[in-house]
Design a protein around this ligand. Structure first.
Ligand code: GA4
Length: 330
């Protein structure tokens, strides 16, 4: 049986570290992938936020609307049918429990390997699987374009240094679909209650290299700024949102920051999000890229480790933990 929860889903969103309401709120960085300044905007966004929004990404909207329709149909099935696809460890349907170490959220989800052919998954046939495959392949290719712009902007050669990790046959990438159903009457809050918000997916950073998120038009995503204040990301169903993951923070020797994020909703409308987590092969060594250590002038902030070692340690941690701490040089 899973360990007892240590937080409750009805925890009210109090605002420790909430920014001064009168202070100007920083805008989420926006990158138009079709413009020549995309490269420099991406670098700046990754340094300042570890997060940005992407437009003109070239992924046909048909792909995400088809996937959304299939995913909604799946989540509206009778619980016993969804449970047939459980547990989520390593891959399958999950409900409330996040990871294996006692974290919970008011969310149901599907967790799949983005690199397999969904073997061991009960819904391997049919439109849902083909929609996922098509979507994952388009999103992976966009993530690779972005990683190549990053490499170029950071003067890393060859420019495929980062993208090839996602294209590798052994790449350990994950695909996740999160569904936040409307809350029961007594769990949602009135408009006039300022703090009427529920934390649905607790704060965390993503362990991989890069994450690509797309959601429907229900708000919920928040990111943490460097000073610890939270800002709400206005939803945009036609755009993608990019997160720097822990591994990319290490490869850039801390120049890019993996972004802390969480999902907070008022529980009224249902939110659906799909996330591709681009990870390297398990045997890949994760370390600052030599060309970024400025010809030996800058020392590495991190101990060298393989993705397997980092992932194992991450999967044994709690959601909100600072997972890179154990891998930092003191
Ligand atoms: C966060 C990013 C991805 O959703 C995920 C998550 C994973 C899980 O849900 O099983 C983890 C979480 C994520 C990081 C710490 C561990 C593992 C839950 C958790 C408490 C699939 C991933 O790769 O790491």
């Amino acid at each position: 049986p899973p360990p007892p929860p240590t937080a409750t889903i009805t925890d009210r969103f109090s605002c420790p570290g909430e920014a001064d309401m009168n202070a100007p709120r920083p805008q989420i960085p926006l990158v138009d992938l079709s413009t020549p300044d995309a490269k420099s905007l991406i670098i700046k966004a990754c340094e300042d936020f570890g997060f940005f929004k992407v437009v003109n990404h070239g992924v046909p909207s048909r792909l995400f609307y088809e996937l959304e329709a299939e995913a909604s149909a799946f989540f509206s099935l009778h619980p016993s049918l969804k449970e047939a696809a459980a547990p989520p460890s390593p891959f399958g349907y999950g409900n409330k429990w996040i990871g294996r170490n006692g974290d919970i959220g008011q969310v149901e989800y599907l967790l799949l390997s983005a690199d397999s052919h969904f073997q061991n998954f009960p819904l391997t046939a049919g439109k849902f699987c083909s929609a996922m495959k098509e979507y994952i392949s388009a999103v992976r290719s966009m993530a690779c374009d972005i990683l190549e712009l990053m490499a170029d902007g950071l003067k890393i050669q060859p420019k495929e240094t980062l993208s090839k990790l996602l294209m590798d046959e052994q790449s350990d990438s994950v695909f996740r679909i999160n569904h936040y159903p409307p809350c029961l009457e007594n769990q949602s809050y009135d408009d006039d209650q300022e703090e009427g918000q529920l934390i649905r997916f607790g704060e965390h950073t993503d362990p991989q290299i890069i994450s690509v998120l797309r959601s429907n038009s229900t708000p919920g995503l928040q990111i943490s700024l460097k000073d610890g204040t939270w800002i709400t990301v206005p939803p945009d169903q036609d755009s993608f949102f990019i997160n720097v993951g822990d591994s990319l923070q290490v490869m850039t020797n801390g120049r890019f920051k993996s972004v802390r994020h969480r999902v907070v909703t008022n529980g009224r409308e249902s939110r659906l999000s799909t996330i591709y987590f681009g990870g390297p092969p398990l045997s890949e060594k994760i370390a600052p890229l030599p060309s970024l250590l400025m010809k030996g002038k800058e020392s590495s902030l991190y101990k060298e480790f393989t993705w397997f070692e980092y992932k194992s340690s991450a999967y044994n941690s709690r959601l909100a933990d600072n997972r890179l701490e154990n891998f930092q040089h003191v």
